[in-house]
Ligand binder design. Structure first.
Ligand code: B12
Ligand code: SF4
Length: 421
């Protein structure tokens, strides 16, 4: 029997606001399995608790799902920790005695800790498109083995063409600089030692279905897109096929994407240009060990900058620098490189947000000299939910090196993301 399901988007961060694409993708999938789904979007409400309380007083649900996209804003400067606010929403749902399930990228980073902190009943790690209906089936049959399900074991439902902009008011997002996302695949094979997405299983959507989703959105008048993959170029052949197919459609759109520095070739940049990609953000590490782990060097960065120039695509670099045991010489080498090779912008982060299940956390745990460079006191009991950062530099150290060059900005001092610059 179909269930009555409420999916809540509690994400009220406005710089920029982000359409809850994850909840839209879940909706298509849950509806395919015969469930009745509503989305309660709290993004633009000044009184989220009142809105939720009123909604729950007027509707009946079998289960409520809450999406935890962001645990915190992830940047040291002006950091915001969102879980205390989400806890109030969960308490409200509990008062109505409705079971609560959690999911989302933030949740997936530290599922046990978040489930306990928020006192919710269930959770799904990673993609939910197949795992959520499966969970409901077992739950209804009383055959649930664990209260946390690993969605990476179930992957994507690649037969679906996601129906968008039906249950979420896109106009509010558009008028506040929010743009429409789409996803071509999930997972990342890279091994950045601080990243919660590292070494996650890569699964692709069907190119024709992604194009169907995008075309429907363009027909509704939405023409500015942001890619919602961890990184676009997990697989060079797939990326090239997708760009080729998108370019052939000649849709009146423009899009921006995240990419990693490897793999790539010139055709990829040519096709990105032909498919109207106007801005690429590449995450770069000055730490040589991380570069080697991920198969790139300065030679690749120089080639990428050249291709972007040749094919008239703007290039924004998100630079992470000052990893444990990295030297200031290594940081200076990277900053000098960009000063000479000059992409459009270089955003510098030198505070590393530490998450529980990462190699960075292990290094910190094993070395008291690193523990002295954390942004708050550390103990063996630390669970890493409340934001805690590692940094070996002061802001002034970096400011001295960049010497007023307006190519660079320190991430988090000013609000906003690359497509808003
Ligand atoms: C694309 C992206 C952006 C784009 C979004 C563009 C757009 N218009 O959509 C931009 C650049 C704007 C952006 C901004 C920010 N982002 Co961002 N972003 C991403 C990225 C790469 C993809 C998110 C996405 O849309 N995925 C596709 C959808 C379909 O997947 P999904 O939302 O995860 O949903 C699936 C599952 O999670 C699950 N699910 C989701 N909700 C629920 C709920 C329930 C009940 C269940 C069962 C399952 C479930 O099922 C869904 C379908 O499979 C993620 C990393 C990642 N790979 O997830 C980071 C990520 C979410 N971002 C992050 C951060 C920090 C930010 C910023 C705060 C950065 C900043 N300081 O400015 C802002 C926040 C903006 C905001 N208003 O929230 C972090 C969050 C980390 C944390 N500490 O929590 C992530 C995880 C990156 C990282 N590795 O650090 N981001
Ligand atoms: S390439 Fe990007 S998503 Fe993948 S592990 Fe590194 S930072 Fe994370």
């Amino acid at each position: 029997m179909g269930l009555r399901i409420l999916l809540i988007n509690p994400n009220r961060m406005q710089n920029p606001p982000v359409i809850p694409i994850g909840l839209e993708y879940l909706t298509t999938s849950l509806e395919k399995h015969g469930h009745d789904v509503k989305i309660l979007d709290l993004c633009f409400t000044a009184f989220p608790l009142d809105k939720l309380e009123n909604h729950l007083n007027s509707e009946i649900y079998d289960i409520v799902g809450l999406s935890i996209r962001n645990i915190d804003s992830c940047i040291y400067f002006n950091n915001e920790f969102y879980l205390p606010k989400f806890k109030k929403l969960i308490d409200c749902v509990r008062q109505h005695e409705i079971p609560i399930i959690l999911g989302g990228a933030g949740f997936s980073a530290m599922p046990n800790e978040i489930l306990e902190y928020l006192q919710a009943d269930y959770g799904i790690i990673g993609p939910g498109e197949r795992a959520f209906p499966k969970f409901l089936e077992s739950w209804q049959a009383g055959q649930l083995e664990n209260n946390i399900i690993n969605g990476w074991n179930y992957g994507l439902d690649d037969d679906l063409i996601h129906i968008r902009a039906k249950k979420v008011n896109y106009q509010q997002y558009y008028s506040n600089e929010g743009i429409v996302g789409f996803s071509t695949h999930v997972g990342c094979r890279n091994q950045c030692p601080y990243c919660i997405e590292a070494s996650t299983k890569v699964s692709f959507r069907k190119v024709t279905n992604i194009l169907g989703e995008i075309e429907n959105l363009v027909n509704l008048g939405y023409t500015h897109f942001h890619l919602c993959d961890s990184e676009f170029n997990s697989d060079l052949n797939f990326s090239i096929d997708f760009c080729n197919a998108l370019a052939k459609k000649s849709l009146p759109l423009k899009w921006t994407l995240y990419m990693k520095p490897f793999p790539y070739n010139e055709s990829l940049f040519q096709l990105l240009h032909e498919s109207n990609a106007y801005l690429i953000t590449i995450s770069v590490d000055s730490d040589k060990i991380t570069q080697t782990l991920n198969n790139y060097s300065y030679v690749d960065l120089a080639k990428i900058i050249n291709y972007c120039n040749k094919y008239k695509i703007e290039l924004a670099i998100d630079l992470l620098t000052g990893y444990p045991y990295e030297t200031i010489d290594s940081t200076m080498e990277m900053l000098n490189f960009f000063q000479e090779n000059r992409p459009k912008t270089v955003g510098i982060s030198f505070y590393y947000r530490i998450y529980k299940n990462t190699p960075l956390k292990k290094s910190i745990r094993n070395d008291p000299t690193l523990q002295r460079k954390l942004t708050r006191a550390y103990s063996e009991k630390e669970n890493f939910l409340e934001p805690i950062f590692f940094s070996q530099y002061e802001q002034k150290d970096l400011e001295e090196i960049i010497a007023g060059d307006d190519l660079f900005r320190i991430a988090g001092i000013e609000p906003g993301v690359n497509y808003q610059l």
